[in-house]
Design a protein around this ligand. Structure first.
Ligand code: B12
Ligand code: SF4
Length: 482
């Protein structure tokens, strides 16, 4: 039996009308951890729950189904997820322990990282939570676990992981990893490339130096940005070009052009490497210019995604975005000259945003759309690691009819009549409702006064559906009317 089972619970699954939107992305975080553990001599049993869901698209949040998927797992089980699958991750962990009480469960990823102590305090069956980066922490954790098991001594806590002791929770922060190139590439040998149908994710840097108050990235990566070297990134792109039938890479960095000279070097090398890979990336409006965009296009860039976040300059100041709507519009127009597809996402529902400011955002979305950009509104979610959430003192409301990106299905639920969850997943809502401090992302900032009046405008704007859903019809599946 393997030393550890690592389970990916990041997945993109949503249901609207009689169609499912489901895409399978390569799970980078756990593959990095798997390759580091493998190099350290540990045998890793890697499982991606996305593939189980794809086998039968019905009922992804069924605990029996998960138990079957996880059968014969190792004694130590690591589960990775974002905030929106955290409730499911917690419940599957309980199920695994009920089936096999000696199981040691460690959770990691952005979801548990936002609420490590709340998770441990509320759910006694979760043994450990890894906060932030997992590679170095997991190596030490595995050594400590194996030693404790062999000698029947107590597990020695490791930096970066919240654990239990006789006197309560123990935790000490781990410094960020500063030399990402000392790691092997993600353990691509553990996956079948044919299983992954979305653009292939690659990440060339970790972290973000900005402090937008709605976002969790700065806190997740502990206020520090660490870059990989360009040669290592190119090695990965080359490997993917040889093994994946997808000819498109999605750079998952928070902003690919944060360090301009490094970005220029990367784009020049991509342009001259002869691999012909296309790529997409997230960029900030104040980190592009004509010269850079031209080079990006020449090196295969087919899509850029900007986070604009509001149409109102007052709100942009309030959330510390660091640019104005006029700057954003100019950057989008500039990008459209070179890049075939330009996306801009906007957020509405800030607790300090007036209805007029929300209306202004919708007006700007129209304006951005008219020039050829794909502009979209998303509802603000109270993410635990964000500054807005930390400073908010008003009501947090749970309402199944209106939920941000963080509903269990991973899609917004503002259209009410269109986006549903499967009936069998509804039990998760009861669980979430009971634990607002662990799962705040599912709640909304003041439903009555803040969200409801703005939701009306957003619905009316008809700018809601991101892309045509794949029409995958599921015979006999039941929707629940919430
Ligand atoms: C790729 C990505 C996705 C992919 C995930 C692909 C996959 N199968 O893994 C897809 C497209 C599915 C996705 C979807 C969504 N995403 Co996303 N996504 C990202 C993105 C851009 C990169 C993630 C990544 O690969 N990072 C690189 C790796 C190395 O880091 P990592 O995953 O965090 O893993 C490290 C640690 O967290 C830790 N770790 C992770 N797992 C585990 C497990 C264990 C056991 C341990 C010990 C440690 C550990 O160690 C890893 C290595 O150091 C991040 C932003 C970012 N730049 O990180 C947003 C981000 C994670 N996503 C976000 C959001 C909001 C979403 C959506 C809700 C959006 C939507 N509209 O639906 C959905 C949710 C889907 C769902 N139902 O779960 C937010 C998350 C906020 C939060 N607190 O949860 C982020 C931070 C973007 C942002 N700035 O807002 N996403
Ligand atoms: S929204 Fe983007 S720029 Fe702002 S903190 Fe988050 S990742 Fe950084």
């Amino acid at each position: 039996m393997a030393d550890v089972t690592l389970i990916n619970l990041n997945l993109m699954y949503s249901v609207a009308n009689n169609a499912i939107d489901f895409q399978v992305y390569n799970p980078l975080g756990l593959l990095y951890i798997a390759s580091c553990l493998g190099r350290e001599g540990f045998e890793v049993d890697f499982r991606d729950y996305q593939l189980s869901v794809r086998e039968s698209l019905q009922d992804p949040f069924n605990l029996e189904r998960f138990a079957e998927f996880a059968r014969n797992h190792s004694r130590i089980v690591g589960i990775g997820c974002m905030s929106n699958l955290l409730p499911f991750a917690v419940l599957v962990a309980r199920r695994l322990k009920a089936d096999r009480p000696d199981t040691v469960v460690i959770l990691g990823g952005v979801g548990p990282t936002g609420v490590p102590f709340e998770t441990m305090a509320s759910f006694g069956w979760i043994d450990h939570v890894c906060v932030g980066e997992g590679e170095a922490a997991m190596i030490e954790f595995m050594h400590s676990q194996v030693a404790a098991h062999r000698t029947s001594r107590q597990f020695k806590p490791v930096l970066g992981i919240v654990s239990r002791s006789a006197t309560g929770l123990v935790y000490e922060q781990r410094p960020r990893i500063t030399d990402l190139d000392s790691f092997p590439l993600p353990a691509y040998d553990l996956i079948d490339f044919r299983d992954y149908d979305a653009a292939f994710s690659v990440i060339t840097s970790r972290g973000c130096p900005f402090h937008c108050t709605f976002c969790t990235e700065t806190n997740h990566w502990n206020n520090q940005v660490v870059f990989r070297g360009v040669p290592s990134v190119l090695e990965e792109v080359k490997l993917l070009s040889g093994r994946s039938s997808k000819r498109v890479v999605l750079f998952q960095d928070d902003q690919l052009t944060l360090n301009r000279s490094r970005a220029v070097e990367l784009f020049r090398r991509l342009a001259s490497d002869g691999l012909g890979m296309k790529w997409k990336a997230f960029v900030r409006v104040d980190e592009v210019d004509d010269e850079l965009l031209e080079l990006m296009a020449a090196s295969g860039c087919i899509q850029v995604r900007f986070g604009i976040e509001s149409g109102s300059d007052r709100i942009l100041r309030e959330i510390r975005k660091g640019f104005t709507i006029a700057q954003a519009f100019e950057a989008v127009r500039m990008a459209l000259k070179y890049i075939p597809s330009v996306h801009a996402s906007f957020i509405w529902g800030y607790p300090f945003e007036t209805v007029e400011e929300c209306q202004e955002t919708l007006r700007q979305i129209e304006r951005f759309t008219e020039v050829g950009c794909t502009a979209l509104p998303f509802m603000l979610s109270p993410l635990p690691n964000s500054d807005i959430y930390r400073g908010y003192r008003g009501p947090l409301d749970f309402n199944e009819n209106i939920m941000a990106n963080f509903n269990v299905s991973g899609a917004e639920n503002v259209l009410q009549k269109r986006t549903k969850i499967l009936k069998t997943g509804a039990y998760l809502f009861d669980f979430i409702r009971q634990h607002p401090r662990v799962f705040p992302g599912f709640f909304v900032y003041d439903y009555k006064n803040n969200v409801a009046p703005k939701a009306k405008l957003v619905r009316k704007s008809k700018r809601y559906v991101f892309r045509e859903l794949k029409k995958l019809s599921i015979p006999g599946y039941k929707q629940v009317d919430l």
